[in-house]
Design a protein around this ligand. Structure first.
Ligand code: PEP
Length: 250
C-alpha cells in the first residue's frame, strides 16, 4: 500500500558539473526501480539536477525551504522559488539544521506548511540524540517532534508528507540502528500518528529510516515491515552505492 521511497541527501556536496556527472552515471542503473527515487541536492545544484534527471525516474528535492513567502530573510529560499524549478521534494528539520542552525519543531511546522502550500512533498526528519537515547527519552523526544512539527496537518497533507526517522547518533557515523530497533522505533512513530492524528494516517504515511544506510545493511533494513524507505547521506554521493540501495529488492 505504501510505495517505498529511497531519497539521497547530498548535504553540502557536489558542484553543478559533479551533479551532472553523478546523475548521468546513476540514471541507467536504476531504470527498473520499484520505489520512488529522490535526490535532495544543494540549492545551487537544483537546476543542473533537474536537467540531468529529465526523462529519468529520478525526482529532485531541495534540502530546506523558507517558511515565508518572500521578504527580509537573508539566505532563505522560498517554496515558490523551488516550485519555479519544478522541485518535487524538500527535506525539513534535518538534525544538522537542528544542531547547527537553530531549527526547532516550531520552525519545522512553518516550513512544512510553506512546502505544502506550494505542493512540495516534505521529508520531515525526526530522531533522538545519543544522550537522549541513553537517558531512555527516545519515545518522548519523537512524540514531541511529531506532535509539534506536524501540528495542525490534516489527512490529505499526509499523502504528501514523508517522515524520516534518523537517530542522530547514526548519521554519518557508520553506526546503524539494528534493523529490529529501527523497525520498532518506526512502529512507535506509527503509534504516535495513530494516537495523536488518526489510525488511517498512521497506516498511510511513509516513514523511512536514515542513519548510515549503505550497501551492506540496506536489504535487511528495507525488509522490515514498518520501514518504507531510506534517507541516505554518504552513500547517495556514489552512483554505484546509491543504485545498489535503490535496487535493494533485486
Ligand atoms: C542523512 O544525511 O540524512 C544521513 C542519514 O546521512 P548518512 O547516511 O551519511 O548517515
Amino acid at each position: 500500500m505504501r510505495k517505498p521511497i529511497i531519497a539521497g541527501n547530498w548535504k553540502m556536496n557536489k558542484t553543478m558539473a559533479e551533479t551532472k556527472e553523478m546523475i548521468t552515471a546513476l540514471a541507467p542503473k536504476i531504470v527498473n526501480a520499484d520505489c520512488d527515487v529522490v535526490l535532495c541536492v544543494p540549492y545551487t545544484d537544483l537546476q543542473a539536477a533537474k536537467k540531468a534527471a529529465k526523462g529519468t525516474n529520478i525526482k529532485i528535492g531541495a534540502e530546506n525551504v523558507g517558511w515565508a513567502e518572500k521578504g527580509a530573510f537573508t539566505g532563505e529560499v522560498s517554496a515558490e522559488m523551488l516550485n519555479e524549478l519544478k522541485v518535487t521534494y524538500v527535506i525539513i528539520g534535518h538534525s544538522e539544521r537542528r544542531q547547527y542552525f537553530g531549527e526547532t519543531d516550531a520552525t519545522v511546522n512553518m516550513r512544512v506548511q510553506a512546502a505544502l502550500n506550494a505542493k512540495l512533498k516534505p521529508i520531515v526528519c525526526v530522531g533522538e540524540t545519543e544522550t537522549e537515547r541513553e537517558n531512555g527519552e527516545t519515545e518522548k523526544v519523537l512524540e514531541k517532534q511529531i506532535c509539534e512539527g506536524l501540528k495542525g496537518f490534516k489527512s490529505k497533507d499526509f499523502d504528501k508528507i514523508v517522515i524520516a526517522y534518523e537517530p542522530v547518533w547514526a548519521i554519518g557515523t557508520g553506526k546503524t540502528a539494528t534493523a529490529t530497533d529501527a523497525n520498532n522505533t518506526i512502529g512507535y512513530i506509527r503509534h504516535i500518528l495513530a494516537k495523536k492524528f488518526h489510525k488511517s494516517i498512521a497506516e498511510k504515511t511513509r516513514i523511512e529510516y536514515g542513519g548510515s544506510m549503505n550497501v551492506k545493511n540496506c536489504k535487511e533494513l528495507m525488509a522490515q515491515e514498518e520501514i518504507d524507505g531510506g534517507l541516505i547521506g554518504g552513500a547517495s554521493l556514489k552512483p554505484d552505492d546509491f543504485a545498489f540501495i535503490v535496487n535493494y529488492n533485486k
